[in-house]
Write a protein that binds this ligand. Sequence first.
Ligand code: NAP
Length: 252
Amino acid sequence: MAASARVAIVTGAARGIGAATAVRLAREGFAVAVCDLDEAACAGTVRAVEENGGRALAVGVDVADAGLVKAAVARVAAELGPPLVLVNNAGILRDNLLFKMSEDDWDAVMSVHLRGAFLMSRAAQAHMTEAGWGRIVNLSSVSALGNRGQANYSAAKAGLQGFTKTLAIELGRFGVTANAIAPGFIATEMTAATATRVGADFEEFKRAAARQIPVRRVGVPEDIAGVVAFLVSDDASFVSGQVLYVAGGPRA
Ligand code: NAP
């Protein structure tokens, strides 16, 4: 199948890692559904794809809402073609130490990361199994290994690793692979918000983080987008159920 015929869905693609991934996959020849909570917020990513000669569709969807997910995937299939690549990237933080963490903090993080990846994968896999080819990439995190103040987020990101391995086992016979990427510190609005929350200047926050990272720099969204591009390529057809730490070192 020619790469130009393939359609990719990237969630949380209005900015950050998702936006960079959408642009990179378009450069690889995919038509890209740029999905995020607010459809209007996707305009910048769609423009960036089109400026690079690619094709993109903005889709407003809350990945935690089963009805909206079903409708969004159906719309992508109707307007772009059957989605054969899914990048579950949408994410939120609700950091707090355990004794201060509310049920809402817990539920919100579980809903977006875990329920969202489940709903999107369940809807998209129908197209992949029918085509006999598909790729699912889930965004985990080094926080899956444990991180102070992130009981909810680390549990969700570790959960995504088990989810990924199970998808690999169930879907492999249909030509569908599933892998997870576990980024370390990537400079985005998410990490900028963390700096603000702890009262730090973002530039100093990044310099301090870089000193702890073996390659002595923080990551940029394109560092993750490049790894997604590999995992969805035909070169990676024998790579499935893996968790790739992309953190400038063994863990950051
Ligand atoms: P980001 O800049 O905060 O972007 C996340 C995007 O997801 C936002 O546009 C956000 O929309 C969207 N989103 C949130 N809830 C959603 C929902 N229910 N449905 C659809 N879209 C939703 O984050 P990022 O840093 O690029 O991170 C992307 C992914 O990588 C996340 O899963 C994150 O956990 C993971 N990750 C990031 C880092 C890092 O250092 N940055 C490290 C490890 C893993 P709104 O703006 O409307 O909320």
